[in-house]
Design a protein around this ligand. Structure first.
Ligand code: GLC
Length: 806
């Protein structure tokens, strides 16, 4: 039936007939070029184009279920123009040129003329051009360096090992060909080009005002997402490429890494020191030197005689081990090296066109590379983790998976290396590295993730990857690679992480303290810990051969500041974890530009309404480090509205604008009026159960609400109902405040014995009169903080009424 209507449509176009009808996709053909337009979901239009035939309908980023859904299209035909509309999206096609304008749900132009048959070159490449609107800002494309707003820049997608990258380095480690534009009015649309080949995105750099997207090969297959708000675009993108899983709660803990802690004794000493210094922490990483001659899936038995005992003993201290396992398998035939022997026996390594293995130099010396484009190779790779998982290793780190190759100018494998695609709904075929390069890291992390999920179906996998492709957020957290210990990197790192969040990747961090270069000054290290404490992934890491960089390095004053911020992170875990859980359902990132929560700020100023230097953690906390981090000069913070609160003092602020005098001991953090933020008593690890009461910090204001989410933090039982979710609201009235605890969902029983309410902005010296569940409850006032403090029982549902005493 579908086939017939498509054929009919092609024929109708040729005859120039006229009428309106409904179909599930429009296919047109002109001058040997075939165009298909369909609407896979509300607010999303997909456009594919090819020479002679459409490109294959298969993807590493968009699972089949999301691609194969097609909403009905209403089609209206004019003489040379076809007008299509579906839920909240539309398109206008010029039938002579096959140019497509994408329209929003009310017919307003979003993106003009991007493709068209002239976009396809004879040699298999393409170049699409479209006009950008003058007030559009551009975000996304992952962790590209340079400015936060990508407008005026041009970027290449080619996964590259870029040690000590600079502001000018491009391409970097990842390929996420998705961006959104946001206008000064806060209106957004998104575009995702699902093409794994080397591509370039030019946002008006070469030609002012023109967007140009070009590639050397691969399909013209792109999706336009109509928003209209920036958050809508992210949700539409998540609908296509998926959301990150809910990571184990320990992934939110502080993670200490270094290349490398070289012996069993050294790893134990680091864990011990984290505890004796009272630096809350959850993870110690083991870099390449735990291995035998840097060979993945081996252990140097002389330096690490008993991995199981090490993992078990550390677990007793609330510390988990994460091990590096790079994709380069040492090219070591006949040496009893199991990873090589197993892969070779199953014929799973990449080959040159002549049929011999491709061998390239990396950490182990000559190495071969699994062909992760094959489901068999991914399965085999995933199974390699059985030993480490059995030893109690908690998570794994896939590095060098651009893939990085030493001693060759291209820094990667030759483009004619042959991959054999046997996966998903791809037709089995051989292809070149030119097609698979940018997706190699994503498939490596997928193999690891899926392997861990098979080995321990009831434990949430934790995988960290350096290279990836769009959709890779379903499998792994990521970090920004080999940064430098400099103020510039600390600042650039922030926009990289925010843009990663705007590219679907929420579990992101950078090497706290900086990885390479001159060691950080004590102040730089402190500032990095302060900001790191609010990053989704909080991992300190540094290169080999440098002086120690752990949080206790330096004078006691600096160390104490770092301890305070790491500890604050642990106190905030209930808030962070609830945000992470929301992210696993919505795709809205943990770390957000201000405009994501408050699109109207864009209209208020030329510096992106303050979004350039400030950012938000979840919906309620706004961080405002100095725009020049190293400078002692005062600076101004523009808040997105009035009546915000100071997070540290709890006090309500006057006015929207704040002047900050930088102080190394402080990082300005502000709270949205209307926030309800859960916090917990300090623990030294997420493995330890907090004791006492849950704190609920209520910051009265408009749209007052907050969320509680809790579960065991580690297993999949939350998917079977063992979780706690509760929405809390507050309502202000003349006489006081009412806090409404909505019906709690799920069967998980939380650790807290009761709740301590902090009502901020309590100007009166007299304690309030409080009724919880209808019974009177005692309250007190903290005059310095201007907060009323009230202890109530655990509120499964019901309300607390707080009235000013008369
Ligand atoms: C790469 C990684 C770095 C790691 C090193 C050794 O450079 O980016 O984090 O420490 O390899 O494994």
């Amino acid at each position: 039936m579908r086939r017939n209507s498509v054929l009919a449509m092609v024929a109708l176009c040729a005859a120039g007939a006229l009428h309106a009808e409904t179909m599930d996709r429009m296919v047109l053909s002109r001058g040997g070029v075939v165009l298909e337009v369909s609407a896979p979901a509300s607010g999303i239009m997909r456009i594919r184009m090819g020479r002679g035939t459409l490109p294959e309908d298969a993807s590493w980023a968009v699972p089949a279920a999301a691609r194969r859904t097609r909403l009905p299209l209403n089609v209206t035909r004019g003489s040379d123009v076809l007008q299509l509309s579906a839920a909240h999206i539309g398109a206008r096609i010029d039938m002579r040129t096959l140019r497509v304008d994408v329209l929003d749900g009310v017919g307003k132009l979003l993106l003009a003329d991007l493709a068209g048959r002239s976009a396809l070159s004879g040699e298999g490449g393409f170049r699409m051009r479209g006009r950008m609107s003058g007030d559009d800002h551009v975000f996304g494309l992952g962790d590209k360096t340079g400015t936060f707003d990508r407008k005026g820049g041009a970027y290449t997608m080619w996964n590259s090992d870029t040690y000590k990258f600079t502001q000018a380095t491009d391409p970097l480690y990842k390929t996420i060909p998705f961006f959104m534009t946001v206008s000064d009015r806060g209106q957004a649309y998104g575009l995702f080009l699902d093409n794994t080949w080397r591509t370039t995105f030019d946002f008006g750099k070469t030609e002012r005002g023109m967007l140009s997207i070009s590639g050397e090969g691969g399909p013209v297959d792109y999706y336009v997402m109509a928003g209209p708000a920036p958050k809508d675009v992210l949700q539409q993108y998540a609908r296509l490429t998926g959301t990150p899983p809910l990571m184990p709660q320990w992934a939110l803990g502080f993670q200490q890494s270094k290349w490398s802690y070289k012996t069993d004794a050294e790893v134990r000493a680091i864990a011990q020191r984290l505890r004796s210094e009272r630096m809350p922490s959850d993870v110690v990483y083991m870099d390449i030197d735990y291995q035998d001659r840097s060979r993945p899936f081996t252990v140097n038995g002389a330096t690490f005689p008993d991995m199981r005992k090490l993992a078990t003993d550390l677990r007793g201290q609330g510390i988990r081990l994460v091990l590096i396992t790079d994709p380069h398998v040492a090219n070591a035939p006949g040496q009893g090296y199991a990873a090589y022997d197993g892969g070779a026996a199953r014929d799973l390594f990449l080959k040159l066109p002549g049929g011999q293995y491709y061998s390239g130099d990396v950490w182990p010396g000559a190495a071969v590379f699994p062909d992760f484009s094959r489901v068999q190779a991914r399965r085999w790779w995933g199974d390699l983790y059985a030993g480490f998982v059995g030893d109690g290793v908690a998570g794994f780190w896939n590095d060098m998976n651009e893939p990085s190759i030493f001693n060759v100018p291209s820094k990667t494998m030759p483009l004619d290396v042959v991959h054999r695609i046997e996966s998903d709904d791809f037709a089995p075929r051989s292809t070149s590295h030119a097609e698979m390069h940018n997706v190699y890291g994503q498939l490596n992390s997928r193999a690891t993730y899926e392997g861990l999920a098979r080995l321990q179906p009831d434990v949430r996998p934790f995988v960290l990857t350096r290279a990836t492709y769009a959709g890779g957020q379903r499998y792994a957290a990521t970090w920004t690679g080999d940064n430098v210990s400099s103020w510039q990197h600390l600042k650039t790192g922030m926009q990289q992480l925010v843009n990663l969040g705007l590219s679907g990747f929420s579990w992101v961090g950078n090497d706290v303290g900086g990885y390479a270069g001159e060691p950080p000054s004590p102040e730089l290290l402190t500032r990095w810990f302060q900001l790191g404490a609010f990053m989704p992934l909080f991992r300190a890491h540094a290169e080999t051969g440098r002086p120690d960089q752990e949080p206790w390095v330096g004078d006691a004053v600096q160390v104490e500041i770092r301890r305070r911020f790491i500890s604050e992170r642990y106190r905030l875990l209930p808030y962070l974890y609830a945000t992470a859980e929301e992210n696993s359902r919505s795709g809205i990132p943990l770390l957000r530009p201000v405009f994501l929560n408050f699109p109207s700020v864009l209209a208020n100023g030329d510096r992106l309404g303050g979004s350039e230097d400030q950012f938000m953690v979840g919906g309620d906390l706004l961080l405002a480090p100095s725009p020049t981090l190293e400078s002692p000069g005062d600076y101004n913070v523009e808040l997105p509205g009035k009546d915000w609160y100071d997070y540290w003092t709890g006090r309500r602020l006057d006015g929207k604008s704040q002047t900050v005098k930088p102080d190394i001991a402080q990082l300005p953090v502000y709270v949205r009026p209307g926030a309800i933020i859960p916090k917990q008593p300090l623990v030294q690890s997420t493995a330890f159960v907090p004791e006492g009461r849950l704190e609920l910090h209520v910051y009265p204001g408009a749209d007052c609400h907050g969320d509680l989410y809790a579960d065991d933090g580690i297993s999949m039982a939350y998917q079977r109902g063992s979780f706690l979710r509760q929405h809390i609201r507050c309502e202000e009235s003349q006489s006081g405040l009412k806090i409404l605890f909505e019906q709690r969902e799920g069967s998980w029983r939380p650790w807290w014995s009761g709740v301590e309410l902090y009502i901020h902005g309590w100007e009166s010296d007299a304690p309030p009169e409080v009724h919880a569940f209808g019974a009177a409850v005692a309250a007190s006032v903290d005059r310095a903080q201007k907060a009323a403090l009230i202890q109530v029982p655990d509120m499964v549902n019901g309300s607390v009424e707080i009235s000013r005493s008369r």
